[in-house]
Structure formats: C-alpha cells, structure tokens
Design a protein around this ligand. Structure first.
Ligand SMILES: Nc1ncnc2c1ncn2[C@@H]1O[C@H](COP(=O)(O)OP(=O)(O)OP(=O)(O)O)[C@@H](O)[C@H]1O
Ligand SMILES: [Mg+2]
Length: 260
C-alpha cells in the first residue's frame, strides 16, 4: 500500500446498495483500493460486477454510498474538475466542433488560456488539424480521442475511463491503447480504466484489479511488472494472461480471445 501522501485516490470499505422495487440490492461491498499518483490501474470483471458503479462513485456521480472515497486525502462529495470521465460512447456535443468540445469545460479561463489548452490537448491526441470538424464528421476512434482531450483539458488529477475503447474495432482499439499510453507517459495523469479485455488491461496497467460479482468485490490485484511497451506474445505477458483468465474460467480451455 502506498503512503497517504503519495496516494491520488483511496477507497476505504466502500459499499453501495441500490433500492430496486423496494428491496435492497448490494452492488458493491468491502471495496478497498489505493491508487498512487501517476499510477495506471485497470479494472476487469464480468458484466454487472459493479465496475461502472465504482467509477461513478469515484467520479462523484453517485453521491450516496457507505465507506470513504478520498481524492488526495479529501473526501469525494460530488463531481469536480479534479476528475475527468471518459465513457464508452464519446458523448461529444453535436452542435460544437472539435475545439468547442475540448474547450467546453474551460469557460472560466481566459480566451488565450483556453485556446492554448485546447491546442495542446488536440496536438496530444493527434487531432490538431481536425479542430473545426463536427462530431458527425469523425470516426469512432477520432471521437474517442476528442473525448480524452476534453477530459484532460481540465487538468484532472485522476482520469476515469469506462470501457473507453469498447465500441471500436480491434485494430483501432490497439492503436488507441498505444495512444493512451503515450498520453499517460506525457502527462502522468493517474488513470483508472475499466475494460472487459484482459490483454488491454495487461498492456496498459501497473496493476490489474479483478472484480467478482454479487455483490461486487475486489477478488485480486495483480501487479504487472513488465517493461513498456509491452509485447503481447512475450512469455511474461502470456503467463499473466493465463493467470487472470483463470480467475474467471478456472476449468475451461484456453479461449480464442481473452475478453470476459
Ligand atoms: N441505478 C441503479 N439502480 C439499481 N441497480 C443498479 C443501478 N445501477 C447499477 N445497478 C446494478 O448494479 C450492478 C452493477 O452495475 P454496473 O453498471 O456497475 O456493472 P458493470 O460492472 O459496469 O457492468 P458492465 O460490464 O455490463 O458495464 C448491476 O447488477 C446493476 O443492475
Ligand atoms: Mg459498466
């Protein structure tokens, strides 16, 4: 566990229950997580185990929960510019062009500062020459890069990404994984990324958090001590893939792909 002063994010004994038709449904229970500053954490787990709920709570979008969520030692009570969110679908505003979308959360900055931040983050995601395009004129991968630029332009301390590449084709997805690593290496923003793709998690993360369902809990945390950039055919990579996959399907044959 990292010391509190180096901790970007701490979740202590988190429990979240929803009321469903008068009955209590426990979505998350006993969640403890400590994310160091600048760390890249990936969260994997089957559908319904509470990954989105966990990110939403950290993001301040789900205000009622038991336990504590601390951002740089301050309790999370609602959304704030210290956390950026990237969703599976890009959620760009269709009536604004790319630069308008990236600058959307920067209304309190001077025009010069806003323009400089927008230019920096469009450059970072490789879309400087697409600043005047509208969302419907972008490919899925481009739109997702704009969404990442928009989230980063607010200079969040923690970037929360909920299956950000889930809707992209396999090739674009691999390119985006390389992109997000490049961005992380340039900015050193703390990242928490949810994915169903075990390879994606091993490729990106310093640690992979494995969740189990009903109620959602952390089953295991796997450190990924492989140098970057990582090679998916490397021995260490394939061993980790087997280890994590076995957490989900202990009895089964090795699959064609490692999505859960
Ligand atoms: N607002 C809500 N009211 C009631 N139940 C909810 C609500 N939001 C989520 N849940 C339940 O909490 C559980 C966790 O949902 P969540 O969306 O966090 O799962 P997930 O791990 O993100 O799944 P997926 O991989 O399919 O996105 C699910 O059983 C879901 O039905
Ligand atoms: Mg989800």
């Amino acid at each position: 566990m990292s010391s509190p002063s180096l901790s970007a994010l701490r979740v202590d004994n988190l429990r979240k229950a929803f009321s469903v038709q008068g009955a209590e449904f426990v979505a998350l229970s006993g969640i403890d997580l400590d994310v160091a500053r600048g760390e890249f954490v990936c969260v994997v787990g089957g559908s319904g185990c509470g990954k989105t709920t966990l990110l939403r709570i950290i993001g301040g979008l789900e205000p009622r929960f038991d336990g504590a969520v601390l951002l740089e030692d301050r309790a999370v009570k609602g959304p704030g510019p210290d956390r950026g969110f990237v969703f599976q679908e890009h959620r760009l505003l269709p009536w604004l062009d790319v630069q308008g979308n990236v600058g959307f959360g920067l209304a309190d900055r001077s025009a010069a500062e806003r323009n400089q931040l927008v230019a920096h983050y469009l450059e970072l995601v490789g879309l400087a020459e697409f600043a005047r395009r509208y969302p419907h004129q972008l490919s899925g991968g481009m739109a997702q890069r704009v969404a990442i630029a928009r989230a980063l332009a607010n200079r969040p301390r923690v970037l929360l990404l909920d299956e950000p590449f889930g809707s992209l084709d396999a090739l674009t997805r691999i390119r985006m994984q390389q992109e997000i690593l490049r961005i992380w290496e340039a900015e050193r923003t703390t990242m928490v990324l949810v994915t169903h793709d075990i390879d994606e998690a091993i490729y990106l993360a310093d640690r992979v958090v494995i969740m189990s369902p009903q109620p959602g809990r952390i089953r295991q945390v796997v450190p990924i001590d492989l140098p970057r950039p990582r090679d998916r055919s490397d021995y260490g990579f394939t061993q980790l893939r087997k280890l994590i996959y076995a957490q989900f399907f202990p009895q089964s044959q090795l699959p064609q792909d490692y999505t859960i």
